[in-house]
Design a protein around this ligand. Sequence first.
Ligand SMILES: O=c1[nH]cnc2c(O)cc(-c3ccc(F)cc3)c(-c3ccc(F)cc3)c12
Ligand SMILES: [Mg+2]
Length: 215
Amino acid sequence: HDEEFPPRILDHVMKNAIKGDVTNVIDVIDKYCWSVEIAMNVGDVKGAILDKSFLEASPKNVLEIGCYCGYSALRMSRLLKEDAKIFTIEASSQYADVAQEIISFAGMEKKVQILRGLSDEVLPTIAEKCGVRTFDFVFIDHAKELYKRDLIMLENLGLIRQGTTIMADNVIFPGCPDYLEYVRNSPKFECTNYPSKLEYCENREDAMEKSIYLP
Ligand SMILES: O=c1[nH]cnc2c(O)cc(-c3ccc(F)cc3)c(-c3ccc(F)cc3)c12
Ligand SMILES: [Mg+2]
């Protein structure tokens, strides 16, 4: 996986996007990824699915696991209602550095807080650190083998509530079979699958999975 990509995308955004214009920053990233080089952002096509579920949930407290360059955090930040906030966990300090620059460039630094560290290290103290009791919307988009573990952690820590929406990226490719089996077989989750394509690809299937928590 290409470690030099994040600085290149940051450089491209700084040079080609309009400072403070979050929609333009998103468009510039998408154009770059379609034309120059693919990145593991959720992208524009799956991003539209994320947007729709986000608007339906109209959340106050948002959690993202897997920030990468900040693209999906920007997509959600532009749909946030007044006094709502996004907390996004990123384990790679290189990715977190780039994401902070891109989020600040887009003018969303007050609405998006990056929490640096591994999800299983950050989650146990996130409630008091962030002054949040439960999250209304969760977007899971990090290492596929950690999806199930982290969802169970969210449940056990009481960080999700009746009606919380959980969106998961890449449930087909690269895929997270144990996560899908867990949420689809659990009576506590109401699941919907949204077939799509891998970001910035036309011929590789992927999907997003929406799970509403109903304990
Ligand atoms: O890691 C990911 N986190 C969050 N979302 C991802 C995503 O949407 C796509 C990919 C991905 C892209 C292209 C490809 F050919 C294979 C996988 C990855 C990923 C997984 C393992 C890797 F080794 C490198 C990239 C991630
Ligand atoms: Mg993804």
